[in-house]
Design a binder for this molecule. Structure first.
Ligand code: PGA
Length: 260
């Protein structure tokens, strides 16, 4: 079956109650584009208000602690996220891997905890500019994936990978379609090696300066099943054209072809 495109906004450290109207505008329009799955990962402080304001629309977190509870000042558990109304969480974003020294092993533990708790997970991987320029991007990101993903998956549809080249995040620089295609094919193969047939049901999103101007080209690349969008997800005006581009594109090229 062709995978339904998945477009996720990552609000990072942006958003207060005055932005609920923006979330509602996104949720209402997304509901009309049923061929695309849309979610918004907002700051933890906004999850409950957003989930109440837009019932049925998936609101997510940007990180979660791997343990159930305890002396972990400032952290939020899977149960707390679910209690607040979150349906999904990002783990392993490069901004957390870098600024909070999160290792692949920790990212894996977070993914396992979140999936076990019934949250959907978007697990991020991506290379630095140095690694890309040294020609090691595919090998490095493949290794990062293998070390970060859960050993087994019960519900592959609840698990997504986001390939986000670090040098493309928030910079306006986007990886070329050829480079995205090469990386996503390698990640698809690694998911197949890890999960067998279920690896084909894990969506692989691209992230890094996705905008209305480049979304259609990115979504047309084989094995691109959606996008993780930062800056351009902060307003309905910028985000909805990306969702619409995904709707026009339908299922990812390779899986759609496999259907026929
Ligand atoms: P950007 O961020 O779209 O602003 O580049 C993407 C991300 O970090 O998820």
């Amino acid at each position: 079956m062709a995978l339904r495109k998945y477009v996720v906004g990552n609000w990072k450290m942006h958003g207060t109650s005055s932005d609920i109207g923006e979330i509602l505008a996104i949720a209402e329009s997304a509901r009309e584009l049923a061929e695309v799955e849309v979610a918004l990962c907002v700051p933890a402080t906004l999850i409950e208000r957003a989930a109440r304001a837009a019932p049925g629309f998936p609101i997510g977190a940007q990180d979660v602690h791997q343990l159930e509870k305890g002396a972990h000042t400032g952290s939020v558990s899977t149960a707390m996220l679910k209690d607040a109304g979150a349906a999904v969480t990002i783990v392993g974003h490069s901004e957390r891997r870098d600024a909070h020294r999160e290792s692949d092993e920790l990212v894996r533990a977070k993914a396992v905890a979140a999936l076990d708790a019934g949250l959907s997970v978007i697990l991020c991987v991506g290379e630095s500019l140095d690694v890309r320029e040294a020609g090691n991007a595919v090998a490095t990101v493949g290794e990062q994936l293998r070390r970060s993903i859960p050993a087994s998956l019960e519900a592959p549809q609840a698990f997504a990978i986001a390939y986000e080249p670090i040098w493309a995040i928030g910079t306006g620089r986007v990886a070329s379609p050829a480079d995205i295609g090469e990386m996503h094919a390698a990640l698809r193969e690694a998911l197949g090696a890890a999960y067998g047939g279920a690896g084909a049901d894990v969506r692989i999103l691209y992230g890094g300066s996705v905008s209305a101007a480049n979304a259609a080209e990115i979504f047309a690349v084989a094995n691109v099943d959606g996008a993780l969008v930062g800056g351009a997800s902060l307003t309905a005006e910028k985000f909805l054209p990306i969702v619409e581009a995904a709707a026009k594109c339908g299922g990812s090229v390779e899986t759609a072809a496999a259907d026929s």
